[in-house]
Design a protein around this ligand. Structure first.
Ligand code: DX5
Ligand code: ZN
Length: 227
């Protein structure tokens, strides 16, 4: 399981330090949450800050675009250093074209779906993507509670990918921390995004990553019920 801390909950006055903190704690990717005030209510990060993240680490930079008309900005984010670019199925009229364009630009394409969007909406794009993101909160803000039905949805997503023989990553994002890390791992997730659980951890961001890693190693039997 890869751990991808979301910098959404970090101290942006100390961006490079905050990225290095999670790297020292054993993070695998850096997750960058891009919001435009249209697709979601919040406005966050653009290509400039993404380039700052890129300069702060050698880890893969994982850009999650929660924006309308993402095609207009794909090149800017790839030029800023994104290794992975994930777009929302709900925001793309011509999703196959968008996914192919991300690959042509040199990044790995991912597709995300909101909690109320059925997996059927992405079944025909699965053979073309390198990552499927099952949102476990309604996108827009960090620090929300995990929506419990997301676990069963991930189990079904994992089965779809396995049936295809796909080695695409299955990412979970929203409300995940040490209390439910083992649950999402058992459901078949391969990349765990965590923002507030990492950057809000009492022992600092490196300790936040380590506590999730510890929960993953203990597995579902011992961590269930810890909240
Ligand atoms: C939600 C974002 C997530 C979120 C993660 O809109 O895509 O990446 O900020 O934050 P936590 O882990 O605090 O839910
Ligand atoms: Zn995200």
């Amino acid at each position: 399981m890869k751990i991808a801390p979301s910098i959404l909950s970090c101290d942006f006055a100390r961006l490079a330090d905050e990225v290095q903190a999670v790297e020292s704690g054993g993070a695998d990717w850096i997750h960058v949450d891009v919001m435009d005030g249209h697709f979601v209510p919040n406005i966050t990060i653009g290509p400039l800050i993404t380039a700052g993240v890129r300069r702060s680490t050698d880890l893969p930079v994982d850009v999650h675009l929660m924006i309308e008309e993402p095609d207009r900005y794909l090149e800017a984010f790839v030029l800023a250093g994104a290794d992975w670019v994930t777009v929302h199925a709900e925001a793309c009229v011509h999703l196959h074209r968008t996914i192919e364009e991300i690959r042509r630009l040199g990044a790995k394409p991912g597709v995300a779906i909101n909690p109320a969007t059925p997996l059927a909406a992405i079944s025909d794009i699965l053979p073309y993507v390198d990552l499927v993101l099952v949102m476990s909160v309604n996108p827009g803000f960090g620090g929300q509670s995990y929506i419990p039905t997301s676990t069963a949805k991930m189990v079904r997503a994992r089965a779809l990918l396995d049936n295809l023989g796909s080695d695409a990553e299955l990412q979970v994002d929203g409300g995940v921390g040490s209390g439910n890390a083992a649950e999402v791992q058992a459901a078949g997730a391969s990349v765990l995004v965590a923002g507030s659980a990492v950057y809000g951890h009492a022992e600092g961001a490196a300790g936040g990553v380590r506590s999730i890693r510890e929960a993953l190693s203990q597995g579902v039997a011992t961590s269930q019920g810890e909240g």
